[in-house]
Write a protein that binds this ligand. Structure first.
Ligand SMILES: Cc1cc2nc3c(=O)[nH]c(=O)nc-3n(C[C@H](O)[C@H](O)[C@H](O)COP(=O)(O)O)c2cc1C
Length: 367
């Protein structure tokens, strides 16, 4: 297997500097996580929204399928984000007809209290995960559990200040998430009275590399080997792929979502708080439009309020009512194919690009 040796690969014990973004809500199945780890990258399970029992089952399965390669778990750590003017009844008025149309009970049956990020991490580590990853907020609450298990702590940030903060909290790796990224913004502060700051991947990665003394991983808009080579050129030790692996055969992503990715325009994704109460990048659909109402709530209430609708839509392949998280380079995702093939393509192309760039150098300038 061709490899690239970086401080990241040495720290995590992997051959290739490619991380699968833990993608909660379905995409990161045990099969996808294991396939990425077997292909020499690090497969990471997105645990947000799962129970501790489901976590143990899914992570054990991924570990068993990974043939001894390490597997990671990811949790979302966000303080509550209150929203002035929140009006649950206004949101309810939008959801009632939608549930009727989808033949879902209204109001939905109350579920159990969700586990904390620490409980999810502990369940994942008990099931054999060897790396702990976080997004959205300060990873201090899980740092002790990771340290006690000897698991490297990988924390995602979207600003230089937060990069310094996660290293102080014990992060061994910083993932620098640029504005291009699909899914939730990993800005720790998301003030209600202004737009969330959006620093692009190129600007952010270079500044984070200079600000911290741990390996940095670039994420946001990286879809292929040229993107990986660019990340390495900026001083990152690897790349984290989210959207690029949503089209992997093993991903838990319905066909309608995959099709929207492939046909997306570069300017088509939006950053919306409508689905969760926190800013996140995805493709617009009937659900984002309907939930973008005065009275929409903050995190985590808004995230929970239509969870039953998103789940039912995903199960039915209804792309109008599920979350369609996607990065700005979604159109580069290509056809469905096994994750191992995607990882091989990324690696092969990165090596070609690195050699091509090396060949451009002319010691004495043009003749
Ligand atoms: C469908 C989807 C779900 C995501 N879920 C999570 C998650 O559960 N935890 C997390 O830390 N990041 C999550 N992210 C964000 C990724 O970690 C990463 O920042 C992003 O995918 C990078 O940009 P890209 O999609 O252009 O590769 C998600 C992204 C997508 C596309």
């Amino acid at each position: 297997m061709t490899g690239i040796d970086t401080p990241l690969t040495r720290l995590l014990g992997i051959r290739r500097p490619i991380l699968l973004a833990g993608m909660a809500g379905g995409p990161t199945t045990p099969e996808l996580v294991a396939a990425v780890s077997r292909a020499g990258g690090l497969g990471v399970f997105g645990l947000a929204g799962m129970s501790t029992d489901a976590t143990r089952d899914a992570v054990s399965r991924a570990v068993a399928l990974a043939d001894g390669a390490p597997v990671g778990v990811n949790v979302l750590i966000s303080p509550a984000v209150p929203r002035p003017g929140a009006d649950p009844e206004a949101v309810d008025r939008v959801l009632a007809p939608m549930r009727e149309e989808m033949h879902l009970p209204h109001p939905p049956p109350k579920g159990p209290t969700p586990p904390t990020p620490l409980e999810l991490v502990q369940a994942g580590l008990e099931a054999g995960a060897r790396v702990v990853a976080t997004g959205l907020g300060d990873p201090a609450v899980v740092a002790g559990a990771a340290r006690d298990a000897g698991a490297p702590l990988v924390a995602m940030v979207s600003t230089v200040d937060d990069a310094r903060r996660v290293v102080d909290a014990g992060a061994d790796v910083v993932v620098a998430q640029g504005a291009e990224a699909g899914g939730h913004r990993s800005n720790f502060e998301v003030p209600d009275d202004r737009e969330v700051p959006l620093v692009g991947t190129m600007a952010l990665v270079r500044q984070v590399v200079r600000a911290v003394n741990v390996p940095v991983v670039a994420t946001g808009g990286i879809m292929d080997g040229a993107g990986l080579a660019a990340a390495l050129a900026l001083g990152a030790s690897g790349a984290q792929l989210g959207t690029a692996l949503l089209v992997a055969s093993e991903a838990g992503v319905p066909a309608g979502w995959r099709d929207r990715l492939r046909t997306a325009r570069d300017d088509e994704t939006i950053i919306t708080r409508a689905l969760s109460g926190r800013p996140a990048r995805g493709l617009p659909n009937a659900l984002t439009e309907a939930l973008d109402v005065p009275g929409a709530m903050g995190w985590p209430q808004q995230n929970a309020v239509a969870a039953d609708i998103r789940r039912a839509a995903a199960a039915a392949g209804d792309a109008d009512h599920m979350s369609l998280w996607a990065g700005q380079a979604a159109a580069l995702s290509g056809p469905d194919r096994p994750a191992a093939l995607i990882i091989d393509e990324v690696m092969d192309q990165a090596l070609v690009e690195m050699r091509r760039l090396g060949g451009l150098a002319q010691a004495d300038g043009p003749a």
